[in-house]
Design a protein around this ligand. Sequence first.
Ligand code: ZN
Length: 567
Amino acid sequence: MNPNTRTMFRTLTLIVSLAALWSGAALALKTNKPVSDSELKKRLANFTPTTLDFDHKKLTKAQRQVVKHLVKAAQIMDQLFLIQSHPKNPALRKKLAADPKLKAQLAYFDVMFGVWDRREHNQPFWGGEMKPKGAGYYPADMTKEEFNAFLKKNPDKARAFKNYFTVIRRGKDKGLVAIPYSTFYADLLKKAAAELRAAAKASDDKRLARYLESRAAAFLSNNYRPSDMDWMELGDGRLEVVIGPYEVYEDELFGYKAAFTAFLCMRNDKYSERLQKITAFKAQMEDALPIPAEYRRFKRGAKVPITVVDEIFTAGDTKAGIQTLAFNLPNDEVVRKKKGYKLVLLKNVAEAKFKKILIPIAKRLMDADQIKLVTFDAFFTNTLMHESAHGLGPGVIEMLEEGKKVTTTVNKALKELYSTIEEAKADITGLHLSELLVKLGGLPKALSKQVFASYLAGFFRSVRFGGEAHGRANLISFNYLVEKGGIIYNPKSKKFRIDFSKIRDAVRSLSHDLLMFEARGDYEGTKAFIAKYGKMSQNMRDGIKRLKGIPVDLRPRYTVVQKMKSW
Ligand SMILES: [Zn+2]
């Protein structure tokens, strides 16, 4: 698994905005001062209203009925996550909605699922009350120490208390109790289960119906494993659906509790076929890795199914703050071991971010003659190649430890440096192999130059957010390619460009270096490499400063809500 796709899914959720740090806004918030209207309007403008559409003509009559019920079930996930995030949220929203002077606050509340700014370390932007680290999963006045002390006295309760799907509250004796989600959120979960069952009934896809039935049962039984197993059997039907409690990021106290969320998507034929073409050349790609043959790995573990979809509707955890580009589920390790996991890429979200954020960035930071080479087709193909490249190169390796030969994994050998190197490797090796696929007819010729220009534009967008592994991986690659002359900075125009006479060799040489750090499990070499290339250059800092006014992310508007009224 690519640790950062779920982490990406996580990262997208945990975004720390470097831009805000430069603006020094963080300082003011620490004092918990109310956020002024003008400041709030500026923050709201960071999330640009965006219509997310899908090709409903490709849905059968039955599938439209399924979608209708699933949108209703998903809207219940919105309510559930709002309460999970903070029990006072429904009442706070009512107050905001009742006062026409607080329109901006209400709009930002709906972006952030609460009065706490997820891009400013959850500082309140209205009302002044701090958000507990444990969100609404634990009593607001409970401390970590109290929780651990209680479990020390009651070790038999640890399993229920640390369970993904229980809420902790104070019992009659002021001691702590763990209440299953199926009990604590019973009313809403019963309604959601009824919608899932109605959707299952309407569905002409047996695998989807089985998943929806077993997920409905999970809402009432609190046992989510069987339906996670069924989710892995969905195959490549037209509809891709994820609904229920998954990620633990909202629980900043322990990271134990799963948040309700929903993705309602439909398969995107064009890019699913493109991906199939790419994966068909897996052996040729492994054979073309710029490393000595003995380090290439043709036998590999379980294949990770990658699905490309368009988002019809989302809800809950994933919709709060920054919108997700891809997710990798399920999280249950037992299911992952038995069935594996799936990577789902959200094409229409990627396209919206491309149009609303990436192109405006490219226009500010890239030489005008290269802007036309920045295309969504190339940008998204880079994403597909990135994910495919995660499955290439060294995995299980041999290395010398105290003179003895040992077998280990790249992950173990590179330790905390692994995810940074693996993300850079996926980006750069994917880019390097695009050329091969153009030659083999796996990718259109037009992409040959476009993938490099679109990588450069995409780079500025991801560095803007920072974020551990991805941010650093991008910095390393950028600085290395600048050093090799593949990327040039023009001090006069203060813009960047690709030097096509040098970029391919530079990318090939970087791919070689990154793959060899992995093949040798070279921790010290990797450390020195990251220290050398992992810093933000002054040109880059200046560049990011010039991105003011370009949205940070999207505020989705789903056309399905209107469309389904006529179904
Ligand atoms: Zn990745």
